[in-house]
Write a protein that binds this ligand. Structure first.
Ligand code: SF4
Ligand code: SF4
Length: 453
C-alpha cells in the first residue's frame, strides 16, 4: 500500500542538502581567453549563425537568429574575433553549431544595447525573447512561450520558484539575498504585462535569510505601480525533495493538481524560477541580453567551492581553474546537482544558459554503487512525486519495450531521482527511465516515418 503524506502526495525524501556555499556571495570571474557558445541551449530548436569566421563581435552582440517561434537568440559573452563555427555533439548526443570566439580582453559592449520599449504584453514577450531568456532553474524552456499560454487558459497566479531543493546548489539562494528587489520587480513586470493578479514566492525553510530578504523587498516595493491586486507573498515550505519540481510546488503552494500530461496553465498558474525573474528585471533596465550565468561550483575535488558569475560559453575546465582549481583528481563532473544533474563527458564543454551548478567529485564520491536485484519493497513507488511505478518503468526500459513504457506514463517522469535515492538495491532507476523516454521518442519518430514500432 502506498503511504501518503498529509497533502495526499507521495512521501518526499530528505537527501543531505550540502548547501556548503550558501554563505558565499556570487563572485564574477572574467578574463577567459576563449569562449565556445552553442547556438542551441534551449528546449525547442536553436539558432542559425549570423556571424562568420574572422568577424569582430562585441559583448551582447547577436550571434544566432532563432530558427522558429520557440527559439530565442544567442549573444556573444565577450568581445573579440570569431575563430570558428563548427558542428559539435552535445553531452546528450544531439548536434549543435558552436561559435568559438577569441576574446580581445576588452569586454566592449555592443553599442546597440538599450533597455527595451515595453508598452503591452506583445512588446513585453518580444523583449523577453530578444533577451535570449530561457528558464534559468535548469529547464531551459523559452520564457516568452511559457508566459503566453494557449487561448482559453486564465492565469490567476504567478508562482516564483525559489525552492532550490537540489543539494549543493545555492545560486537561487544567493540571488534572493543579493538581488531580492530585482527578483520581485521581475515578478511584478510579469504580473503587470501578463495580467496576473497574484504572485507567490515559494522557498524552503532552510533558506530563512533569503525568505526574509524577499519579504523586505516586497515591503519596500509595496507602492510599486505594478503591484498586483492580489499582492505578493512569500510562502516558506518545509525542506524536502523535490519541492522545487513545478507540479509539486504548485500543489504545495495552492493545492492545485496539474492533470496528467497537462501544464500549470491548466490550473491557472505559471511558474518561473527566481533567477529567471531577477535576470528579466535587470534586462528591462539595461537591455543587456543573457550572456552570463551564475553557477555554484562545489564537490569533493574542488579546492575553493563558491558561487561564480561566468560568461556563457566559458569552458568548465577554465571555470574550475580560475576558481582555484582542484585539490584531487576529478573522477566525475556533473552539470547541475547530484539528483537531477547530468554527468559531463568532456571537461572542455561550455557553461550553458541554464547551468546552475558544476559538481566536481573525487574518486571516492564518484563510485557508482553496485546494483542488485529488485526486492519489490515499494520504496521507489512511495517516493515518486509523479505517482509512477519506477521499478516497472526500469524493467520495461531494460526490456526495450516502448509500448509498456508509454502505457506506464514514462513521459510524466520528471527525472527527480527520488526513486534511485531510496532504492535499497541501488537500482539505476532514473538512468534507465531516461533511456526509456528515449525509446518512446524513437518509437514515436519511427511511427511518424511510417515505421511499425
Ligand atoms: S525501491 Fe528498488 S528494490 Fe524496492 S521496489 Fe523499487 S526498484 Fe525494487
Ligand atoms: S525519477 Fe521519475 S520515476 Fe523516479 S521518482 Fe522521480 S518522477 Fe518518479
Amino acid at each position: 500500500m502506498i503511504r501518503m503524506n498529509l497533502l495526499g502526495l507521495p512521501r518526499p525524501i530528505h537527501p543531505k542538502d550540502s548547501k556548503n556555499t550558501a554563505a558565499m556571495a556570487i563572485e564574477p570571474i572574467n578574463g577567459f581567453s576563449t569562449v565556445t557558445i552553442p547556438l542551441d541551449m534551449q528546449v525547442g530548436p536553436g539558432c542559425e549563425s549570423i556571424v562568420k569566421k574572422g568577424d569582430h563581435v562585441n559583448v551582447g552582440q547577436l550571434l544566432g537568429e532563432p530558427k522558429g517561434p520557440w527559439s530565442v537568440p544567442v549573444h556573444s559573452s565577450v568581445s573579440g574575433t570569431v575563430k570558428s563555427i563548427s558542428d559539435q555533439i552535445l553531452s546528450d548526443g544531439t548536434h549543435a553549431e558552436y561559435v568559438t570566439i577569441e576574446s580581445d580582453g576588452l569586454d566592449t559592449p555592443c553599442p546597440d544595447i538599450a533597455p527595451p520599449q515595453v508598452t503591452d504584453k506583445a512588446s513585453f514577450l518580444a523583449a523577453i525573447r530578444a533577451s535570449g531568456l530561457v528558464g534559468l532553474g535548469g529547464a531551459a524552456f523559452p520564457v516568452h512561450i511559457k508566459l503566453d499560454p494557449p487561448p482559453g487558459k486564465t492565469i490567476d497566479t504567478l508562482i516564483v520558484n525559489a525552492a532550490e531543493c537540489e543539494p549543493y546548489l545555492t545560486v537561487d539562494h544567493r540571488i534572493c539575498l543579493e538581488g531580492a528587489e530585482d527578483a520581485v520587480e521581475g515578478a511584478l513586470a510579469v504580473a503587470r504585462w501578463c495580467g496576473i493578479g497574484k504572485v507567490i514566492f515559494g522557498i524552503e525553510d532552510n533558506k530563512k535569510e533569503a525568505a526574509k530578504s524577499l519579504k523586505e523587498a516586497i515591503r519596500e516595493l509595496k507602492d510599486h505601480p505594478h503591484m498586483p491586486e492580489g499582492g505578493v507573498e512569500v510562502k516558506v515550505l518545509p525542506t524536502s525533495y523535490p519541492t522545487g519540481a513545478e507540479k509539486v510546488l504548485i500543489r504545495l503552494l495552492n493545492g492545485r493538481v496539474v492533470p496528467e500530461g497537462g501544464l500549470p496553465a491548466d490550473v491557472g498558474v505559471i511558474v518561473q524560477n527566481v533567477t529567471t525573474l531577477h535576470f528579466l528585471s535587470r534586462y528591462l533596465k539595461t537591455g543587456m541580453p543573457l550572456i552570463k550565468k551564475a553557477i555554484t561550483l562545489d564537490g569533493s575535488a574542488v579546492k575553493k567551492p563558491g558561487n561564480f558569475l561566468v560568461p556563457i560559453g566559458s569552458a568548465i575546465a577554465d571555470v574550475i581553474e580560475k576558481a582555484g582549481g582542484t585539490r584531487s583528481e576529478p573522477a566525475k563532473i556533473i552539470m547541475g546537482g547530484p539528483m537531477m544533474g547530468v554527468a559531463v563527458d568532456d571537461i572542455s564543454r561550455p557553461i550553458l544558459k541554464h547551468n546552475n551548478g558544476i559538481l566536481v567529485l573525487d574518486e571516492q564520491d564518484a563510485v557508482l554503487p553496485m546494483e542488485s536485484a529488485c526486492i519489490l519493497c515499494g520504496r521507489c513507488i512511495r517516493a515518486c512525486p509523479m505517482r509512477l511505478l519506477p521499478m516497472a518503468l526500469d524493467k520495461a526500459a531494460r526490456a526495450n519495450n516502448p509500448g509498456e513504457l508509454q502505457d506506464r506514463h514514462v513521459m510524466n517522469c520528471i527525472e527527480c531521482g527520488s526513486c534511485s535515492f531510496v532504492c535499497p538495491a541501488k537500482r539505476y532507476l532514473v538512468q534507465n527511465i531516461r533511456f526509456g523516454k528515449t525509446l518512446v521518442r524513437q518509437a514515436a519518430a519511427s511511427r511518424g516515418k511510417g515505421g511499425k514500432s
